[in-house]
Design a binder for this molecule. Sequence first.
Ligand code: UTP
Length: 293
Amino acid sequence: MSELSLKTIIFPAAGLGTRFLPATKACRKELLPIVDKPLIQYAAEEAAVAGFEQIIFIVRKDEKSIARHFSDSPGLRERLAKTKTQQEVDALTRTITPSVTCRYVEQPEALGLGHAVWLARPFIEEQHFAVLLPDDLIDGGSYGGCMSQMMEYYKNNKCGAIGVEEVAESETKKYGIVSTEDSSAKASRITTIVEKPSPEKAPSRLGVVGRYILPTSIMSVIEDTKLGVGGEIQITDAISAILGKERIDAYRFDGIRYDCGSKLGYLQANVAYAMQSEELGVEFSNWLSNEVL
Ligand code: UTP
């Protein structure tokens, strides 16, 4: 195992998505589009740019639509080729860089994020691996993708890292909240982590977002982790259990995060991305300011 190579990233995508019902009754939350691309494709692009070579998708039992999205579609390409250039056909149908290997693991029951991550253990060969939650969409703008920023940090510091951002006091109960050795630093070693604390019990206002680089040793800890908040196996509890042995830093990424697991965040992301869109930006922004606001 090479200390610095980190090639594998896990995309947990087997949650129930209850906040989006009934839209998520038959359609996976991770396939909901932001303008014209599903959330999980933004995630795959962020991972590919950051240099990951293997994505492990954790999917629900008998779930095939995510795999279909990332597989080749010769019939569709052939059809589009009748009226479009090769470049246009590629832009419309290529959903993943060919250098990235996709693997799919079924989570038979939604037993929590910790359990979803643990299912990927047969594919993790290095000392660290990454996890990206596709419903947390992060626009890194000129700073580059959040995972690219975190990989750079990993290469320089050789330790685990978790993406964090400051959250409103009233919001701590929606997040894993960390305290760190130096709360004002861009990155600092995590000393405690608590899942969804009330504002009174929260050790800080630094909330965990869906980007993690974790030591592989956490897999055996997850195995011993009991059901936590919400009756699920929480990754937060396993992280808390290894903090004494492994260095994991909180990393304040640069960029704007949209919580697309919530309706408000999802709508905000659609508006922001539509306004930036080459195809729609001007028309959409004009409509928004003249007809809606
Ligand atoms: P969420 O906490 O957003 O849960 O999961 P959810 O079930 O998807 O959505 P709600 O709360 O019912 O609306 C965060 C991420 O972890 C994955 C989800 O797919 C999402 O990407 N997850 C969660 C799993 O893969 N398996 C689980 O058992 C739980």
